[in-house]
Design a protein around this ligand. Structure first.
Ligand code: ADP
Length: 350
């Protein structure tokens, strides 16, 4: 049985990661501003944000590859970077895996893994231990070119694990794999990380990937943390409109009343809390039921197998997205009704 409540069962050698008030600039204005984030021992946190939001910069700052302008980074009890201390990357006990794995094509698997170790520690025991951790001991003498994309990423992981790091940093480790392989490798590596119980910060721009792999997800926007929470907290209680739309499909309507319900294009909806000022109401597609009725016309059907997404153009011109069960009693062009089916909609300040 896998223990996801990682923090409650710290294993020997596990350390947490702490980032506090980190500001990082290259030549111009800062690309990370006052970023604070904690990863508990053994926890997997996904760092999610659009391209250019500063994810890689944060990872590189934690690894010691960039020098922050201010703020601190600590690994367990040890401060590795602040206004006085700046430990070199190799002294931080941090393992890093990049997008493409970056294996040396002319070195076999074991020599690629050994490369991750300081010269004096390149013993075959450490290499074998790391290969065993990723289930590749039998491939020690294969060349990278003869491995599948997933195996190559596992070798890259073994290389990062060989020095027994306290924390693992993964930068978009699946993005160079094709769609089918990607899901399979993702599931494999996820299982492996949970099994090893290693503290992991994992960068992705893909919301689904962040939700699937992360125990918690930190959302980065324009160099600042927009929200940190478990996947369900982010999905069900997003901090604002931007997070709401970044982590899922959202129907958003302005609220023009002050009470516990509000009028929307799909009828009157109960609110989970009364609006405190100018606000919008968030209706997720699964909060809407498509019924027999005459509110609008089915404009688009996206069929996923386990469910379907239906776009209905209401007669007042507004389009809404509704998630429906897999057996579809209607198709494009049909007239349907749309009703709110949730138990209280989230109110977002604007
Ligand atoms: P992400 O990983 O979220 O795509 P990055 O951390 O790579 O974001 O980049 C954040 C911002 O910093 C971007 O505007 C990018 O252009 C800039 N940036 C990244 N690396 C450098 C660099 N070496 N020199 C100057 N600007 C950089």
């Amino acid at each position: 049985m896998v223990n996801i409540g990682a923090a409650s069962t710290t294993r020997p050698g596990q350390v947490g990661l702490g980032v506090s008030g980190l500001t990082v600039a290259y030549d111009g204005p800062p690309v990370l501003v006052d970023v604070s984030l904690g990863v508990d021992p053994g926890e997997i946190v996904a760092l999610l944000g659009p391209s250019g939001s500063g994810k890689t910069t944060l990872l590189r700052s934690i690894a010691g590859l960039e020098k922050p302008a201010s703020g601190s980074v600590s690994l367990g009890e040890r401060i590795v970077s602040d206004h006085r201390v700046f430990l070199a990357p190799e002294r931080r006990r941090v393992g890093m895996v990049f997008q493409d794995g970056a294996l040396f094509p002319h070195l076999d698997v074991s020599r690629n893994v050994a490369y991750g170790l300081p010269r004096a520690e390149r013993s075959s025991d450490r290499v074998t231990e790391a290969l065993r951790m990723v289930g590749l001991e039998s491939m020690a003498h294969r060349m990278p070119g003869s491995l599948s994309g997933g195996q190559r990423q596992r070798v890259a992981l073994a290389r990062a694990l060989a020095p027994r790091p306290g924390v693992l940093l993964l930068d978009e480790p699946f993005s160079n794999l094709d769609a089918t392989l990607r899901l399979q490798v993702r599931a494999e590596i996820h299982q492996l990380l949970v099994g090893l119980g290693i503290t992991t910060l994992f960068v992705t721009h893909d919301q689904e990937e962040a939700f699937v792999v992360g125990d918690r997800v930190a959302v980065l926007r324009d160099g600042q943390i927009a929200q940190v929470g478990t996947p369900d907290e982010l999905y069900l209680r997003p901090a604002d409109r931007w997070v709401a739309t970044f982590v899922g499909d959202a129907n958003l309507f302005p609220i023009s009343s002050h009470g516990e319900t509000c009028a929307t294009p799909v009828g009157t909806v109960p609110l989970s809390s009364p609006p405190g000022g100018p606000s919008e109401v968030l209706l997720r597609p699964e909060d809407l039921a498509v019924t027999d009725g005459d509110d609008g016309t089915v404009e688009l059907v996206e069929y996923y197998g386990h469910d379907a997404m239906v776009v209905v153009r209401l007669d007042d011109g507004v389009a809404v997205r509704a998630r429906t069960a897999a057996d579809l009693p209607f198709s494009r062009g049909d007239r349907v009704g749309v009703a709110y089916a949730g138990s209280g909609a989230i109110v977002l300040p604007v």
